[in-house]
Design a protein around this ligand. Structure first.
Ligand SMILES: [Ca+2]
Length: 438
């Protein structure tokens, strides 16, 4: 019965086979997918048309300075949104939730702005996957290569659904006379699965309970530079129930968050990592250590990711500070099978990510946004080498350069080099000619 019900809610038909096998795998558990499907059967009698449950209109007041609210996707699934519109930039945040069944756990953060010459830019970030790794080579970051099969990933932490959720309504507060817009969304008491990496879509190693996952945001603008301070609040793994005979322990293991970015611009853009152009889809090295990343539109610096220096780990009564590690990740380091559930969830956001609706004045960017991590040119992992299944707090920063005319500093070096070669060659040539004339 559950399988048939699920058919009616699947938004990505091609992914059905692997998703179904996940549902079958956990058929003894009450999964969100099955519950959502069962509830939706009552209202959705046409299993061929997944669009039927999706309302056609955006109901965010895009003229408001700031707002939050709910977008009803179906009788079961809703989006909680937060919106900011100041200094000619707009921020949109989405979190999926449900009042009727345990909430799905996925969120999205996007920002629209302009760089010089009225060039429109939209940059989005999605937390794609949580991974547990064993840092055997001791460099702090996780290496995963699904082409070669070599991987430090011990498990994928598939977060299934949360019993509770708590939005923090958006607020405008003044700090040193600068308006800050703050909001958040917290999922509480989450059931998840530790999946073995070698199996796709993923054989369960253990069923786990995660105390909570909280996402808090602080947005502010200072002199044409906007900042979003994110705060990840990752709760303890409070229960581990092995699914096979094999014991599962998180002692000595590390945690990483895999993020996918989307950039849309009226002009060509390039991601930069460690000052060099970078593209996840073509990168040969599965993991490039870095402390951040940049996005340039043509040669103009538009956006910057700063992953931060330290994170806090709570061990019993004491707090520990540890160094954050991060990496730019190749697409080949992202497993495909375990992400099927995410496609299904992200499809809800994509329905409400129409640039023409959200940013009516934007010129040169329009239409739907795809959140497909496989085409993302900048995938990154934020890595917490010391974890042991304990609570973590970390706050990376995302910076947008509004009306920017800053040339990516590395670019002139690339331009200068050929000029240097020409100048030097000319000098040598001139010297030789003078020598002959003597
Ligand atoms: Ca490593």
């Amino acid at each position: 019965m559950k399988l048939a019900f699920y058919l009616s809610t699947s938004l990505v038909g091609l992914l059905l086979v692997s998703v179904l096998s996940s549902v079958m795998l956990f058929s003894t558990q009450t999964t969100l997918r099955a519950e959502v499907a069962a509830s939706q059967l009552n209202i959705d009698t046409n299993p061929e048309d997944p669009n039927e449950t999706i309302p056609p209109l955006l109901n965010i007041d895009t003229n408001s300075e700031y707002a939050n609210g709910t977008i009803t996707m179906s009788s079961v699934v809703k989006i909680w949104y937060a919106w900011v519109n100041v200094s000619e930039t707009q921020v949109i945040y989405y979190a999926l939730f449900s009042k009727e069944v345990n909430s799905p756990i996925v969120n999205f953060l996007g920002q629209h702005f302009q760089v010089e010459n009225d060039t429109e830019v939209f940059v989005g970030n999605t937390l794609t996957l949580i991974e547990v790794y064993n840092d055997t080579n001791g460099d702090g970051i996780s290496q995963a290569n699904f082409t070669s099969g070599e991987s430090e990933i011990a498990y994928y932490l598939l977060v299934n659904s949360s019993i509770g959720y708590q939005p923090t309504p958006i607020q405008k507060i003044l700090k040193d006379e600068i308006p800050h817009y703050t909001w958040g969304f917290k999922y509480e008491t989450i059931d998840g699965f530790l999946l073995y990496p070698e199996q796709q879509p993923g054989q369960g190693a253990a069923r786990v309970i995660i105390d909570y996952l909280g996402f808090n945001y602080d947005f502010y603008v200072v002199e044409d530079v906007s900042y979003i301070k994110k705060n990840f609040d990752i709760g303890e793994i409070t229960e581990i129930q092995p699914l096979s005979g094999e014991q599962v322990s998180l002692d000595g293991l590390s945690l990483s968050l895999l993020f996918s970015t989307i950039t849309i611009s009226a002009k060509p853009y390039t991601a930069y990592v460690n000052g060099q152009p970078y593209n996840s889809t073509t990168a040969e090295n599965p993991a490039t250590p870095t402390s951040g990343g940049e996005i340039a539109v043509e040669t103009i610096k538009a956006y910057e990711f700063l992953f931060g220096e330290n994170y806090n780990l709570t061990r019993g009564e004491t707090g520990e500070a540890h160094e954050v590690k991060s990496e730019a990740a190749a697409t080949t380091s992202v497993p495909q099978g375990v992400l099927d559930h995410l496609d299904w969830e992200l499809a809800y956001f994509e329905r409400h990510l129409n640039l023409s609706d959200l940013f009516p004045s934007a010129v040169g960017i329009e239409g739907k946004v795809s959140l497909d991590y496989n085409v993302s040119t900048f995938l990154y992992r934020i890595c917490y080498p010391v974890w042991d299944g304990l609570p973590i707090q970390h706050d990376p920063t995302y910076i947008a350069y509004l009306f920017s005319n800053i040339i990516i500093p590395e670019f002139p070096i690339v331009m200068v080099l050929p000029v240097l070669v020409i100048t030097t060659s000319l000098a040598i040539l001139t010297a030789k000619i003078r020598k002959r004339r003597r």
